[in-house]
Design a protein around this ligand. Structure first.
Ligand code: THU
Length: 134
């Protein structure tokens, strides 16, 4: 049996807007994210690159860190929007951070052309390492 994904249209719209604020002069690959709490607060993020490359922060982590720093917890979904033929799934470090702060939330991946896929974090990060291991 599969759980039905909630309507994530609003989240995609806000992630699309956030994408326009991306600072991606090196890769030119702009990403937008929007993270939602269970009680409806939404925090956006975009990727922020740096000339030293390694300091680049992905859109997903920007959204998580912004939200946590504002005192928000208990998330239920994140949307990630790119302008590319392929969907962008969160990278490895983002999956670890999303699992740590958000647990098994819905992850909607979408392109500007409307290609979309919704998965659970537990599908994207099976067998996680987390506080239950410590
Ligand atoms: N990026 C994200 O922001 N999120 C993803 O899910 C994949 C990659 C960013 C990092 C970098 O600024 C650019 O996309 C190219 O890797």
């Amino acid at each position: 049996m599969k759980r039905k994904a909630p309507d994530l249209g609003d989240l995609v719209e806000l992630a699309t807007e956030a994408r326009q604020r991306a600072h991606a002069p090196f890769s030119r690959f702009k990403v937008g994210a929007a993270l939602r709490t269970r009680d409806g607060w939404i925090v956006t993020g975009c990727n922020i690159e740096n000339a030293s490359y390694g300091l680049t922060l992905c859109a997903e982590r920007t959204a998580v860190f912004k939200a946590v720093s504002e005192g928000l917890r208990d998330f239920d979904a994140i949307a990630v929007v790119v302008d590319a033929p392929k969907l962008a799934a969160p990278c490895g470090p983002c999956r670890q951070i999303l699992w740590e702060f958000c647990g098994d939330i819905w992850v909607r991946m979408e392109t500007l052309k409307g290609k979309r896929k919704t998965m659970r974090m537990s599908e994207l990060l099976p067998l996680p390492f987390d506080r239950s291991n410590l």
